[in-house]
Design a protein. Structure first.
Length: 134
């Protein structure tokens, strides 16, 4: 059920599909249904679905980060999705920078990528495993 809602675009600093940064937990729950787990951390509550995660700040009770992974099929600028590479990012989007083991786009603030952890890891060719907006 959740996956159909997610086949949508990724907008840095704003949303992934119908899910928006800044929502409170009650609003988020209305769209999630019952298919999720809750993981409590020091400053955030992480809501984990089958291919999406939400970080909810405990002080403000708002979604501060949304990450997608696994079977998520939405894209950023209609070209970059789960399984794309940094070579694809360079070719279709532009420059990227590595910052604390995540990859950011200086010209598109509010989005980052994490690469799959592989034995034969090659920065430009290793698939993107997570895409996050914040």
């Amino acid at each position: 059920m959740m996956r159909k809602k997610l086949d949508n675009e990724i907008i840095p600093g704003k949303r992934i599909g119908i899910y928006e940064l800044g929502w409170d937990f009650e609003t988020l729950k209305r769209y999630l249904g019952n298919d999720y787990q809750i993981e409590e951390r020091e400053r955030v509550t992480v809501i984990i679905g089958d291919c999406i995660m939400f970080w909810i700040d405990k002080e403000t009770n708002t979604v501060t980060q949304i990450s997608v992974y696994g079977d998520f099929r939405g894209t950023f600028k209609n070209v970059i999705g789960i399984g794309s590479t940094l070579a694809d990012v360079e070719r279709y989007i532009g420059r990227w920078e590595e910052e604390l083991d995540v990859y950011i786009l200086p010209d598109d603030p509010g989005i980052c990528f994490e690469l799959r952890d592989e034995d034969e890891w090659k920065e430009l060719k290793t698939p993107i495993e997570y895409i996050s907006v914040y």
